[in-house]
Design a binder for this molecule. Sequence first.
Ligand code: SAH
Length: 388
Amino acid sequence: MEHKAQKLCPHRKKCGGCQLQNLSYEEQLHHKMAKVIKLLGTFHRVSEIIGMEHPYHYRNKVQAAFGTTRGGKIISGIFQSSSHRIVAVDECLLEDKKADEIIVSIRKLLPSFKLTAYNEDTHRGFLRHVLVKRGFKSGEVMVVLVGGTNVFPRKKDFVKALLKLHPEITTIVFNINTKKTSLVLGERQEVLYGSGKIMEELLGCRFRISPKSFYQINPIQTEVLYSKALEFADLKGSDKLLDAYCGIGTIGLIAASKVKSVVGVELNKDAVRDARENMKLNSIKNAEFHCADAGEFMLEKKAAGENFDVVIMDPPRAGASKQFLSCLVKASPERVVYVSCNPETQKRDLFYLTKAGYKVKKIQPVDMFPHTAHCEVVVSLTQNFASG
Ligand code: SAH
């Protein structure tokens, strides 16, 4: 893989979001590889990390915070990682270029509509955040304006003006967040233009994404990651697959055509609703999705005597719960694929699984977040006796 000379971001010192920017991309990959070997190398040989060919502007979900300088100028950008101050950023090397352009246009439109930026200290003012999601394959663009108040004067004209500048926008949502919180989105929202959702495609399946749905932020590497996970799962037509920590059902739905049945479990109820909707959208009949804690769910399934042949698990940074792991071991599926965004907790969980009789067969790191310290790792395990 060849990479052009390293681009350096003028905001890197203030922002702090790209922890590895002082390294060339090759060096970053070496660094991540070394980290994974150090953490997981005792389980098995680690395959070469899969990096990106063009490791810039890969984020298709972009969030900008809005604020005002002491001089009264509206700024938009990124919260400094070490504080809660907004660093004014118009162009980020990780973010989708079109999304950044839209955010700048919105900021420039505000004064002519006498709209202000929200002030976190006084809890006054209007615009708190703008969230842009872009469908990589569909090209659809969603803009979410997050207001600190539900009063949005001349909103129709604002929408018209924004669409004139950016006809590529396919939907605009007004989200209201009046709470003192660091969460970006509030409960209530109103669709101002379009359907309130965008369509995206991954490995031949279509997904409808709403403002709040969890969705992987790097579409190119997500396909790489999922392909590895499915390859490691070695799926057969007779398999009952559990997609644990399934989000909006992406992995399970992509796998559905290759197996007998798919069961997905996920804690977030909005994500489960999206997963069910995505199932219909793709005319998939052999899948079902449950809203539950993955560990509790495993326990219930165990009590009911229900088993799975293969489990693909993709837990959050904290890793899997003890309950989940102990039930997994008792249910003893033949194959387990562990997708992790945090190799440190993955190491802990792999210790548990290998002690209980599983054997690590492959370890594949994938660079989903170039220039940041994060690294995704797919591990395949089989039962000791099944591995021959
Ligand atoms: N596999 C999905 C989502 C992975 S992110 C994808 O690739 O898009 C991890 C998911 O685990 C999140 O959707 C989060 O809501 C969910 N989660 C967190 N804790 C959970 C728990 N205890 N039980 C079930 N799901 C959980």
